[in-house]
Ligand binder design. Structure first.
Ligand code: HEM
Length: 405
């Protein structure tokens, strides 16, 4: 078999991600979860689904979430760890974002209990393993079975009750007997549009499960990478430590710089839906695979500087290039969570209160509580995936207990 065509460099990658002739192909390994969810749809079906769901993500949603909802969620999740004095960063990142995912997806948590959150975290971790199966180092057929079992349980425990509540509400609204507005979440949107969008029960289950994982998995990984980069930077640039603590925009610049160096996946895979010339002039046949090298785009020296492959939060980036490069994608499948996770840059919030994003807010909180690597338990890479992620990253938090950085 011929090697797939490979597209690299910022402008070529940008154009390829915006080209409708290139169809998403990295997620078909796990159809049990990913078949016909937003990320794997293309053409008109993708445009229609995206249009109805995107309405939830208007800019005011990210601001509202950051101001009104996130501080309480963060405090509630953080307090038990603070009392314990230690945490595992990828696990903490997942847990704190599970509420965001559930709010967006439309999953009710009637008990608000720890065991309920534990169950949601376990299900969502399994969905993430399914979504990233392409890069898994585990036996794929076993992962598929585990994902199918998790979906079934998630459906019974969480989705069906959440769905019944929304269906009853939508019916009352339709009959005019309900003055309350319908909840603003993906499940409600899907139920309200199920006839127009050809959505059966399994499809709705997969879409909601996909949103559960999309809202937490990449953020948890990005949080751990950012912490690591900042910690390493401060060891060699101790003069910046106090600025990171005091200047929210500088901390956000650190997060964006880390996102640039650690895209959720270093490559995106697509299949050509017809024969044509790629942006770099390479010809591809219908059905041919194309690897889009996001990492090469994010490291392009003329745009990001001659030290592009190193972390440098003081970096000046070329005009009109996002500081995080293409790590949230661009074009057809641009990430819905970009502003929620990454916030808005200084230039985009002039005259308004800053919108820092969940990652910067989380790091700020960790740093305020003197979070530092646990010298007795060094971090470990995630052995279950080819993606360069951390599997565990133990931190000590709160009062110094010795051996801190
Ligand atoms: C640091 C955090 C995140 C990163 C790095 C990230 C990255 C990405 C990337 C690269 C894509 C495009 C994939 C492609 O073109 O093949 C994407 C799509 C998507 N992301 Fe995110 N994401 C993050 C957080 C979130 C959050 C918090 C949400 C919450 C809803 C979210 C929802 C989505 C959705 C729904 C899509 C699919 C869009 C479509 O196919 O039209 N993401 N994300």
């Amino acid at each position: 078999m011929n090697a797939p065509a490979r597209i690299s460099g910022y402008q070529n990658v940008h154009r390829a991600l915006c080209d409708r002739r290139l169809v998403q192909s990295m997620y078909s390994e796990c159809d049990v979860l990913m078949e016909r969810v937003l990320l794997t749809l293309h053409g008109d079906e993708h445009t229609c689904r995206r249009a109805i769901e995107w309405k939830l993500f208007r800019r005011d949603f990210a601001r509202y979430y950051e101001r009104e909802v996130y501080p309480a969620t963060l405090a509630r999740t953080f307090d038990p760890y603070l009392a314990r004095g230690h945490l595992d960063l990828p696990e903490f990142g997942f847990r704190v974002n599970i509420n965001l995912s559930a709010d967006i997806a439309g999953i009710d948590r009637p008990e608000g209990s720890k065991s309920e959150t534990d169950a949601l975290v376990a299900f969502t971790r399994k969905f993430s393993e399914g979504a990233t199966l392409f890069h898994s180092t585990r036996e794929k057929s076993i992962v598929r079975q585990e994902v199918a079992a998790a979906l079934k349980q998630f459906n019974e425990q969480f989705l069906l009750p959440s769905r019944s509540r929304r269906e009853a509400l939508l019916k009352q609204i339709e009959e005019g007997s309900q003055v309350q507005e319908a909840p603003r979440d993906i499940l409600t949107v899907l139920l309200a549009n199920r006839a127009d969008q050809d959505l059966d029960d399994d499809m709705i289950l997969r879409e909601v499960a996909f949103f559960m994982q999309a809202g937490s998995h990449s953020s948890a990984n990005a949080l751990t990478h950012s912490f690591h980069e900042i910690d390493q930077w401060c060891r060699h640039h101790p003069e910046d430590r106090s600025r990171i603590m005091a200047d929210d925009h500088f901390l956000q610049a650190c997060v964006h710089e880390s996102l640039r160096l650690h895209p959720a996946s270093p490559v995106a895979w697509r299949t050509a839906s017809e024969a044509f010339l790629l942006p770099d002039g390479t010809s591809v046949d219908e059905g041919e695979s194309v690897v889009i090298d996001l990492m090469s785009a994010n490291l392009e020296e003329p745009l990001f500087g001659s030290d592009a492959e190193h972390f440098n939060p003081h970096r000046r980036v070329a005009d009109r290039i996002p500081p995080f490069g293409l790590s949230f994608g661009i074009g057809i499948h641009t990430c819905f969570g970009r502003d929620i996770a990454g916030g808005l840059g200084d230039a985009r919030t002039q005259g308004e209160a800053p919108h820092l994003g969940t990652l910067t807010n989380l790091l700020k909180n960790l740093m305020q509580h003197d979070a530092r690597p646990d010298p007795a338990n060094p971090p470990l890479a995630d052995a279950d995936t080819e993606r360069p992620n951390w599997g565990s990253y133990p931190l000590i938090i709160g009062q110094q207990t010795g051996g801190a950085t």
